[in-house]
Design a protein. Structure first.
Lengths: 200, 483
């Protein structure tokens, strides 16, 4: 067993364990943290396949942004897990049936002759190839037009999200920093002259 | 890896539009509520300049840039100018409606311009990826526009329906496109076309992809059996947005059909013709029959749109250049007529009152003979009665289908348009023969009054002299398709 296989097995087992942890842990915060672990080990597996761009994006986008947001939501919403778990036994047969079909399908695909041929004619990339750089070159040269269009779509999303949610309510107790910094000491503090004890 | 800097001249109108709309977005932050007119004025100015750039840069032969992703041909230019005209009219008609309903925010104008940008991108797309991105730009902007009146439950429901169905349709389209990519190995439409023509691609995969593409396109066009969103969106959205949904995006949908089916899969016409025949027949039948039962005029016009799109497909499915140009003529005249119809409805509604029931049209002649006459013109054009542009539009698609040997289909279409004439004529009867139920005076801005008169006059003028527009469409189609 060479070193790569050892690392792969370590990552794969951690990934499986983390995946189990996501669905088995009772505390939703723990489940979310297990998902972070799963993403990390997944990124490690991609790194082993020399797909470093995907690995970095997975960590940056999913772990850095999506999961943090997820944790916030989980912590803020106070999900009642016991109510979610109601009817677990009732839905078990259906769930198990679907799971069995999926397992059967995956076994059929993986054991087919076509599947073992996949990637047989692929050559390992040379040392100098950097897929982050190549993707960047493609995106900013040949695909610059669709790339710009995608950025326009994101701009629409921002405009739409703000237009649909921003509202000026009369009863909202908002702060106006511009007013706040203009405050003078005399507005907040009243200086009262009192006779000190010594004068008595 | 070599990379030549793309030729930006053909894309100039799009670049200008995007820059200007970003400027409007920022301008909107700095204008006070009283000066909101400025945002409207700048939007119209942007449209005028964009149209000017399009007209000035017009060339006869197709030019492509961005490594063939963007194509600039006479069809694209003409359709873009149609779309800009439609948006300009729509903005003018909806100004007072918007300001009385709190819709006259900068976002409204910016989102409309974004949607227009999406339409322009789609119209001159020559690559599946660009086509899809343009479509998403249009759908997302439209969806936000429909939901813009946030406190209205109907509008939110309509936006939700539109969003879910648009996502479903996009999924189908992408699936179909991925099949085509798998079979032909390219996303460039001309390359796809040449591979299909050479016969090296697997026909089973091609037809499989074609089915999904036709389904996705039918969703976008709003034809039976993928029409469910149309009535709800038309009724639920604010009338100004309904006017927009019903006009310029139809031009984009026509362009989508032309680029994808005719440009990309033109040699598979025998495969997609029967599919479009089914869709077209069902649309004409269901649209016209269901419209009779409607009491809400926006819903009635929604079903009328469904049937009109069925007629539009007649032109496309005949599979000839004459058919395509007749479909283009049809879409132009349909958009012109719809703008007029919704323009009148917008004119009749006022603060706290939507003139969206058929009863609200009662006795319009007594309240304002001129607007009643304009509505009459719109209705006869929709019904396809002579001396209106709608008549020539129907005539040209029907004769194209007849030339393609689809006599039974033409007979069916004529019968359906007879049924359709019933509910258009009912509107005329309500306006001229019934007593007004509502005596409030009709108040409108000068530009609205002038433009609605110009709009009605254009429907009549093109109904008497349709040849210039027909020639324009024929020229655009033949030069674009045959080089």
């Amino acid at each position: 067993m060479d070193f790569t296989t050892v690392i792969f097995s370590a990552f794969a087992l951690t990934l499986l364990g983390a995946g189990m942890g996501v669905i088995l842990s009772r505390n939703p915060v723990h489940a979310a943290l297990f998902l972070v672990l799963a993403f990390f080990t997944g990124a490690g597996l991609w790194m082993m396949l020399e797909a470093e761009f995907l690995a970095i994006t997975l960590v940056l986008v999913y772990v850095g942004a999506v999961m943090v947001l997820f944790l916030f939501v989980v912590m803020m919403l106070n999900v009642d897990l016991d109510r979610l778990r109601e009817g677990f036994w009732q839905h078990l047969p259906l769930g198990a049936g679907v799971a069995l079909i999926m397992v059967a399908e995956m076994v059929l695909v993986v054991s087919s002759k076509q599947f073992s041929k996949l990637g047989a004619d692929l050559q390992p990339a040379s040392e100098t190839v950097s897929n982050t750089r190549d993707l960047g070159m493609q995106l900013y040269t040949h695909y610059v037009y669709p790339f710009e269009l995608a950025s326009v779509i994101l701009l629409v999303a921002i405009v739409a999200a703000i237009a649909l949610t921003l509202r000026k309510r009369k009863d909202s107790k908002h702060l106006d920093p511009a007013q706040q910094v203009l405050v003078k000491a005399s507005d907040r503090l009243r200086i009262v002259s009192m006779r000190s004890e010594g004068d008595q | 890896m070599t990379f030549a800097f793309p030729n930006l001249v053909p894309v100039l109108p799009e670049i200008f539009l995007l820059t200007a709309l970003c400027a409007i977005l920022i301008l909107d932050l700095f204008v006070s509520e009283a000066n909101r007119f400025l945002v409207y004025a700048f939007s119209q100015l942007t449209l005028v300049v964009t149209a000017g750039l399009l007209v000035m840069g017009a060339t006869g032969a197709p030019i492509s840039t961005f490594e063939g992703m963007f194509i600039d041909d006479p069809m694209a230019r003409t359709l873009k100018i149609f779309a800009i005209l439609a948006v300009a009219l729509m903005l003018a008609y909806s100004r007072s409606y918007n300001s009385s309903r709190g819709l006259s925010r900068g976002e409204f104008y910016v989102l409309v311009l974004f949607a227009l940008l999406g339409i322009m991108v789609m119209v001159s797309a020559n690559h599946f990826l660009v086509l899809y991105l343009g479509l998403e730009l249009l759908s997302l902007s439209l969806c936000a526009l429909i939901a813009l009146q946030r406190d209205a439950v109907r509008a939110t429901e309509a936006a939700m329906k539109y969003f879910v169905l648009a996502a479903l349709a996009s999924g189908m389209l992408l699936y179909g496109m991925s099949m085509l990519y798998g079979a032909t190995g390219s996303l460039q439409i001309p390359v796809v076309a040449s591979v299909i023509q050479s016969g090296t691609a697997d026909p089973a995969i091609l037809v499989f992809g074609l089915v999904f593409i036709v389904a996705g396109l039918s969703f976008k066009l709003g034809v039976v059996p993928f029409h469910m969103w149309v009535p709800d969106v038309y009724e639920g959205a604010p009338t100004a947005v309904t006017l927009f949904v019903g006009s310029a995006p139809k031009i984009a949908a026509f362009a989508f059909f032309m680029r994808l089916l005719v440009g990309g899969m033109g040699s598979m016409v025998t495969d997609w013709q029967p599919m479009l025949i089914i869709v077209s027949v069902l649309s004409m039948l269901l649209g016209n029959v269901t419209a009779i039962a409607q009491t809400n005029i926006k819903r009635m016009l929604a079903y009328s749109t469904i049937s009109h799109m069925g007629y539009l497909l007649l032109g496309i499915l005949s599979g000839t250049d004459a058919g395509y140009s007749s479909a283009m003529f049809y879409v132009a005249s349909y958009v012109l007529t719809t703008l007029g119809g919704f323009g009148i409805i917008l004119l009749m509604s006022r603060e706290g009152f939507e003139a969206d029931r058929l009863e609200d049209l009662k006795g319009l002649n007594k309240r304002s003979p001129w607007y009643a006459f304009m509505m009459l013109v719109v209705m006869i054009s929709m019904a396809g009665i002579p001396v209106s542009v709608g008549f020539f539009a129907k005539l040209s698609v029907l004769s194209a289908a007849l030339d393609a040997g689809l006599t039974w289909l033409v007979v069916f279409a004529v019968l359906m348009s007879l049924i359709g004439a019933f509910y258009y004529l009912r509107v005329i009867k309500l306006m001229y023969m019934d007593e007004p139920a509502d005596a409030a005076p009709l108040i409108a801005d000068t530009d609205h009054r002038v433009l609605i008169s110009v709009n009605g006059a254009a429907i009549l003028a093109l109904g008497i002299l349709p040849q210039p527009l027909i020639d324009l469409c024929t020229m655009a189609i033949t030069q674009s398709l045959r080089g």
